[in-house]
Design a protein around this ligand. Sequence first.
Ligand SMILES: NC(=O)C1=CN([C@@H]2O[C@H](COP(=O)(O)OP(=O)(O)OC[C@H]3O[C@@H](n4cnc5c(N)ncnc54)[C@H](O)[C@@H]3O)[C@@H](O)[C@H]2O)C=CC1
Ligand SMILES: O=C(O)[C@H](O)CS(=O)(=O)O
Length: 483
Amino acid sequence: MNLQNPGLLRSTNLIDGKWVGADSGATLTVVDPASGERIAEVPRCGAAETRRAIAAADAALPAWRALTARQRGQLLLAWQRLILDHADDLAALITAEGGKPLSEARGEATYGASFVEWFAEEGKRTYGESIPSPNPATRLLVVKQPVGVCAAITPWNFPLAMITRKVAPALAAGCTVVVKPAEATPLTALALAALAEQAGFPAGVLNVVTGDPVAIGGELCASPIVKKLSFTGSTAVGRKLMAQCAPTIKKLSLELGGNAPFIVFDDADVDAAVEGALVAKYRNTGQTCVCANRFLVQAGIYEDFASRFAARAAELKVGAGSEPGVAQGPLINAAGLAKVEAHVADALAKGARVLCGGARHARGGNFYQPTVLADVTRDMQVAREETFGPLAPLFRFEREEEAVAMANDTEFGLAAYFYSRDIGRAWRVGEALEYGMVGINTGLISNEVAPFGGIKQSGVGREGSKYGIEEYLEVKYLCFAVG
Ligand SMILES: NC(=O)C1=CN([C@@H]2O[C@H](COP(=O)(O)OP(=O)(O)OC[C@H]3O[C@@H](n4cnc5c(N)ncnc54)[C@H](O)[C@@H]3O)[C@@H](O)[C@H]2O)C=CC1
Ligand SMILES: O=C(O)[C@H](O)CS(=O)(=O)O
């Protein structure tokens, strides 16, 4: 990994404005998922270091929240400019530790910077209100105030954007933050911290602690100083963290797992649906929480869509993310690869048909062929479990009502997609789908200006948009007696 600015490759943590190792000297090894080779060591911190990071954030809070929103916004814009100025190096780190194709990693740097720019401005619009009092002797006001010290626990699949999507609104609102990135992808988080320090954020405003997730997470959840936890990751871990935060009644933002349906109706533009399906399925090698996990195709165009989609999926170039023209990188680890294999094996054993892929890639390691299976049915694991890999199972349906019922038959409710050129159907289906986000004739819905989040067991709260900063604000009601 050749960085233009080697200083961005950090092997220590940022706590209270100092770059430190673990108290024990222990380290975590970071590996390239494409080659399995070691690329770096980072501190394996635990509860004690986390307590110091929380104390630093607490000490920095009064001065940080006392700045004006404009002053905080100016520092955020300085950070945004540095992220964009170093986007190539950040992309190299994302690809090296996360495996995604360099073009996608470069896009993530831009996407992540967009949250910093957006919330640099949104921080100036945390408006309160005056309320007509029912009592002539009083005047009523509502003001917004920062929640305080916040914790952020983030996943490996977007190691830059999932941090800025939390840290930017928190800092803009006047909060201070302790971040625990995923063990697989700490380098991007540490590089972001280095750029934040360079932008001029005071010591303790942003702290990044790498290491033992249970020890660090346990401290972040148990500390009464931490008033808010924002988590992005699996529903299983989200449940644990929610329970661990209960004793201190923390505010929570949870962006959890998904099981996105991708519905193609007979009246769809099939070419457009194929293009949308490729994006919705194979972005980040199928490792995004909003990836299409089930394809529900109406009987009239089933074979036509299936053959065209499989032909395009089979063309996707598989390889290390740093190689030119690669569209599909490795799975993040052996466990991720095993899950894809298990879902394929289960479906084939129960009668599914391979249209393309269906086995490990000749590259070996964590590489899997982009796969499309036909004749998939609801008794198969892929119907209920999030694959989180390059597997597209095609289900068949006859009627609109049946498609909506199939789409909603899951405990998840993050993202859904459908293709239809009938405006009445678009309204009916858009309203009937039980999801936080619905793509209509598009497979790409994520941006900084729209509310990102799910319902049911896909989480609580929203990120991005005008709603995202509310997650880091408390509403205070002031009642003035005017005599
Ligand atoms: N809703 C959303 O926006 C997103 C959801 N996800 C979901 O996350 C999963 C894949 O990402 P992973 O990183 O493998 O998820 P994960 O839930 O295993 O890990 C996410 C983060 O939680 C930490 N963690 C794990 N166990 C913990 C514990 N006991 N205490 C404290 N922290 C703990 C990990 O170190 C990591 O930083 C998929 O289910 C995917 O759908 C991933 C990205 C975005
Ligand atoms: O982590 C994820 O899966 C992201 O939320 C996906 S997106 O924001 O890039 O759509």
